[in-house]
Design a protein around this ligand. Structure first.
Ligand code: AKG
Ligand code: FE2
Length: 204
């Protein structure tokens, strides 16, 4: 892969709280992004998980895969995920994200949004396995989607970032404690998007 290239001036970071978010578009070129997204879509064993919401069992409105080092099993909405091994591509992206963030991530959740009907509802990544003040690095490929953030106590405090093809977003500080985020459904036609959220699972 070619050298890292950053275009911070092209970003939408203006106005975003720098203690919570670090957005960098173009960490992968359009060609690299296209190749990586197609490879993930065709080769990963995507699953549609069932989540418990109140008394109901619902299918997650997107497909997911959990990848990580040994021992990084993860319980999410009452469901246990066992990690699959790293692929060469995921390992390469992990290394790049580690250089940018200075953090050694041991796992990654892959999300596949097939169209505008796929989404992730308001949530925080605050599972016990992530410890206090988790740092999560998110890499996006394909369709640009809006990533919304709102303060848990004051919903008028909110931001929206368009996560571009080949971009990187670091979520840090108290973002997972005091804020929630989502990818809303869209009524506009949307193409495929793959997002990777790198995490540090604390070993028990
Ligand atoms: O798709 C995204 O950009 C966000 C995904 C997300 O919030 C998550 O995996 O926890
Ligand atoms: Fe999240």
């Amino acid at each position: 892969m070619e050298q890292l290239s950053f275009f911070p001036e092209a970003g939408q970071s203006k106005g975003l709280p720098p203690e919570l978010l670090d957005y960098r578009p173009g960490i992968f070129s359009p060609e690299q992004s296209k190749y990586l997204m197609a490879k993930f879509i065709t080769e990963m064993p995507w699953q549609q998980k069932i989540i418990k919401m109140y008394d109901k069992h619902l299918l997650t409105p997107r497909l997911t895969v959990w990848v990580g080092d040994q021992g990084t099993d993860y319980t999410f909405s009452g469901e246990k995920y066992d990690p699959l091994p790293w692929t060469d591509e995921l390992q390469t992206i992990r290394e790049r994200v580690q250089i940018l963030s200075g953090i050694n991530f041991n796992s990654v959740l892959l999300n596949y949004y097939r169209d505008g009907n796929d989404s992730v509802a308001w949530h925080s990544d605050n599972e016990d396995e992530l410890g206090k003040h988790p740092v999560v690095a998110s890499v996006s490929f394909g369709q640009v989607r809006s990533f919304d953030i709102r303060n848990k106590k004051d919903h008028t405090q909110k931001y929206s970032i368009k996560l571009e093809d080949g971009s990187y977003l670091l979520m840090k500080g108290d973002l997972q404690e005091n804020w929630e985020h989502r990818i809303a459904k869209s009524t506009k036609p949307m193409k495929e998007r793959v997002n990777l959220t790198f995490r540090v699972i604390k070993h028990k």
